[in-house]
Write a protein that binds this ligand. Structure first.
Ligand SMILES: Nc1ncnc2c1ncn2[C@@H]1O[C@H](COP(=O)(O)OP(=O)(O)O)[C@@H](O)[C@H]1O
Ligand SMILES: Cc1cn([C@H]2C[C@H](O)[C@@H](COP(=O)(O)O)O2)c(=O)[nH]c1=O
Ligand SMILES: [Zn+2]
Length: 194
């Protein structure tokens, strides 16, 4: 049975790199894949998955109105897909995650989602919450805080490097705007009351 996977991590942990390696692995064996990424996440260009190691691939951009099930079924009908890979899956809606679950369960295509677990306030993203609830496999991709502990949280910083505590959940950016860190240091820097 095809499965729905959620590979989750903090920022700068290697999610996009791992996705692009998995994609290459399928394609070098002659199998067809379908890639999605969030339209809003245009750090490396619109509809592009880019890793900090320099790997890049074009992907179908999704926004709130995208029906991933319809798009994937049409592609699968044209020529069978071996796998669907979704980057920035924290930005999926709950309904879109259910579309992906349908593709795994009813169409038989494995779906690999890569994304953040929590935002700059330590709250789940909508897509991450639904993936944590529905995925067959939850796989953590690990990275380290400056102290050597596992980095599980994402601190948003301003231009002076000060912690940002309030703001919209979605703010596209990279290493200049976010620092992955362990929970202890995230709590200390944000001053979140216990
Ligand atoms: N030149 C490099 N050589 C090896 N690793 C690198 C290099 N540049 C960045 N990295 C590593 O790549 C990882 C970030 O990869 P990326 O796929 O962009 O992360 P994510 O998608 O999780 O934000 C980090 O662990 C970083 O240390
Ligand atoms: C923590 C957090 C992140 N984002 C955005 C910032 C980036 O554009 C992506 C994550 O990129 P990655 O390096 O591929 O992991 O998500 C956001 O909008 N809000 C947040 O709280
Ligand atoms: Zn730390």
């Amino acid at each position: 049975m095809a499965k729905l996977y959620f590979y989750y991590a903090s920022m700068n942990a290697g999610k996009s790199t791992t996705l692009l390696q998995a994609d290459f692995n399928y394609r070098e064996r002659g199998m067809r894949t379908l890639l999605f990424t969030a339209a809003a996440h245009d750090r490396g260009g619109h509809g592009v998955i880019d890793s900090r190691l320099g790997l890049r691939a074009d992907a179908i951009p999704f926004d709130a109105g995208t029906d991933l099930r319809v798009l994937a079924e049409a592609e699968h009908f044209r020529a069978p897909l071996a796998c669907i890979l979704v980057d920035e899956s924290q930005f999926l809606s709950a309904a879109q995650v259910r579309q992906l679950a349908h593709l795994a369960d009813e169409v038989g295509i494995p779906v690999l989602c890569y994304g953040l677990r929590t935002d700059f306030q330590g709250q789940l993203f909508p897509g991450s919450a639904e993936l944590l609830a529905l995925a067959d496999a939850l796989v953590e991709i690990k990275s380290v805080c400056e102290c050597g502990r596992k980095a599980t949280m994402n601190l948003r910083v301003d231009d002076e490097g000060h912690a940002v505590r309030e703001g919209a959940q979605k703010e596209i950016g990279g290493n200049e705007r976010y620092v992955a860190m362990c929970r202890k240091h995230f709590m200390q820097r944000t001053g979140v009351p216990i």
